[in-house]
Ligand binder design. Structure first.
Ligand SMILES: [Zn+2]
Length: 125
Protein backbone atom coordinates (compact mmCIF):
# COMPACT_ATOMS: atom_id res chain seq x y z
CA UNK A 1 0.00 0.00 0.00
CA UNK A 2 1.22 3.51 -0.85
CA UNK A 3 0.40 6.54 1.28
CA UNK A 4 0.92 10.23 0.56
CA UNK A 5 0.04 13.40 2.44
CA UNK A 6 -0.32 16.89 1.04
CA UNK A 7 -0.35 19.89 3.37
CA UNK A 8 -1.24 23.43 2.32
CA UNK A 9 -2.80 26.64 3.56
CA UNK A 10 -6.26 27.79 2.62
CA UNK A 11 -7.34 31.37 3.34
CA UNK A 12 -10.94 32.42 3.48
CA UNK A 13 -13.86 33.64 5.50
CA UNK A 14 -16.92 32.04 7.02
CA UNK A 15 -19.62 32.46 9.59
CA UNK A 16 -21.17 29.51 11.37
CA UNK A 17 -24.83 28.68 11.96
CA UNK A 18 -24.89 27.59 15.60
CA UNK A 19 -27.58 26.69 18.11
CA UNK A 20 -25.81 28.70 20.83
CA UNK A 21 -24.29 32.16 21.29
CA UNK A 22 -20.80 32.31 19.81
CA UNK A 23 -18.49 34.83 18.22
CA UNK A 24 -18.12 32.27 15.41
CA UNK A 25 -21.53 33.29 14.07
CA UNK A 26 -19.92 36.57 12.97
CA UNK A 27 -18.11 36.68 9.65
CA UNK A 28 -14.40 36.12 10.23
CA UNK A 29 -11.35 34.70 8.52
CA UNK A 30 -8.91 31.83 8.92
CA UNK A 31 -5.77 30.52 7.38
CA UNK A 32 -6.79 26.88 7.57
CA UNK A 33 -3.99 24.32 7.36
CA UNK A 34 -5.31 21.40 5.35
CA UNK A 35 -3.61 18.00 5.34
CA UNK A 36 -4.93 15.55 2.77
CA UNK A 37 -4.09 11.86 3.10
CA UNK A 38 -4.41 9.52 0.12
CA UNK A 39 -3.59 5.89 -0.40
CA UNK A 40 -3.52 3.37 -3.22
CA UNK A 41 -2.68 -0.29 -3.59
CA UNK A 42 -1.28 0.33 -7.05
CA UNK A 43 0.36 3.41 -8.50
CA UNK A 44 -1.07 5.09 -11.58
CA UNK A 45 0.75 5.04 -14.93
CA UNK A 46 2.81 8.06 -13.78
CA UNK A 47 4.05 6.16 -10.73
CA UNK A 48 1.95 8.17 -8.27
CA UNK A 49 -0.94 7.76 -5.86
CA UNK A 50 -2.14 11.19 -6.98
CA UNK A 51 -0.14 14.24 -8.07
CA UNK A 52 0.59 16.54 -5.07
CA UNK A 53 0.06 19.63 -7.24
CA UNK A 54 -3.31 18.46 -8.54
CA UNK A 55 -4.60 17.88 -5.00
CA UNK A 56 -3.81 21.41 -3.92
CA UNK A 57 -4.95 23.01 -7.18
CA UNK A 58 -8.34 21.37 -7.10
CA UNK A 59 -9.18 22.66 -3.63
CA UNK A 60 -7.44 26.06 -3.61
CA UNK A 61 -8.64 27.10 -7.06
CA UNK A 62 -12.19 26.84 -5.75
CA UNK A 63 -11.96 27.90 -2.10
CA UNK A 64 -8.84 30.02 -1.53
CA UNK A 65 -9.58 33.64 -0.53
CA UNK A 66 -13.29 32.94 -0.86
CA UNK A 67 -16.36 33.22 1.33
CA UNK A 68 -16.97 29.61 2.31
CA UNK A 69 -20.63 30.32 3.10
CA UNK A 70 -21.19 31.27 -0.52
CA UNK A 71 -19.02 28.52 -1.99
CA UNK A 72 -20.20 25.54 0.05
CA UNK A 73 -23.83 24.39 0.43
CA UNK A 74 -23.49 23.49 4.12
CA UNK A 75 -22.50 25.02 7.46
CA UNK A 76 -18.73 25.48 6.89
CA UNK A 77 -17.37 24.09 10.15
CA UNK A 78 -13.87 22.62 10.07
CA UNK A 79 -15.47 19.16 10.35
CA UNK A 80 -17.76 19.68 7.35
CA UNK A 81 -14.96 21.25 5.31
CA UNK A 82 -12.73 18.23 6.02
CA UNK A 83 -15.45 15.83 4.97
CA UNK A 84 -16.23 17.73 1.79
CA UNK A 85 -12.57 17.93 0.76
CA UNK A 86 -12.24 14.18 1.32
CA UNK A 87 -14.97 13.62 -1.26
CA UNK A 88 -13.21 15.81 -3.84
CA UNK A 89 -9.81 14.13 -4.02
CA UNK A 90 -9.26 10.73 -5.65
CA UNK A 91 -7.91 8.03 -3.28
CA UNK A 92 -8.39 10.32 -0.26
CA UNK A 93 -9.24 8.56 3.01
CA UNK A 94 -8.49 11.26 5.59
CA UNK A 95 -8.45 15.05 5.84
CA UNK A 96 -7.24 17.19 8.74
CA UNK A 97 -8.38 20.81 8.86
CA UNK A 98 -6.53 22.95 11.39
CA UNK A 99 -8.58 26.07 11.97
CA UNK A 100 -6.16 27.67 14.40
CA UNK A 101 -3.29 26.60 16.61
CA UNK A 102 -4.55 23.75 18.78
CA UNK A 103 -7.88 23.33 16.93
CA UNK A 104 -8.02 20.61 14.30
CA UNK A 105 -10.92 18.61 12.86
CA UNK A 106 -10.29 15.28 11.17
CA UNK A 107 -12.57 13.40 8.83
CA UNK A 108 -11.76 9.77 8.07
CA UNK A 109 -13.65 8.04 5.29
CA UNK A 110 -15.03 4.69 6.35
CA UNK A 111 -17.80 2.57 4.91
CA UNK A 112 -19.90 3.54 7.93
CA UNK A 113 -19.55 7.24 7.19
CA UNK A 114 -20.19 7.88 3.51
CA UNK A 115 -19.89 11.39 2.12
CA UNK A 116 -23.68 11.56 1.78
CA UNK A 117 -24.97 14.84 0.48
CA UNK A 118 -21.64 16.62 0.72
CA UNK A 119 -20.31 14.32 -1.97
CA UNK A 120 -23.16 15.26 -4.25
CA UNK A 121 -21.60 18.72 -4.46
CA UNK A 122 -18.49 17.74 -6.37
CA UNK A 123 -16.03 19.91 -8.21
CA UNK A 124 -15.42 18.92 -11.85
CA UNK A 125 -12.50 16.52 -12.38
ZN1 LIG B 1 -14.13 30.18 12.11
Amino acid sequence: MYYITKRFELSGSHRLELSYESKCTRMHGHNWIVTIHCMAEKLNSDGMVVDFTHIKEKITSYLDHGNFNELLPFNPTAENIARWICGQVPNCYRVDVQESEGNTATYIDTEDAPHERLESFKLPE
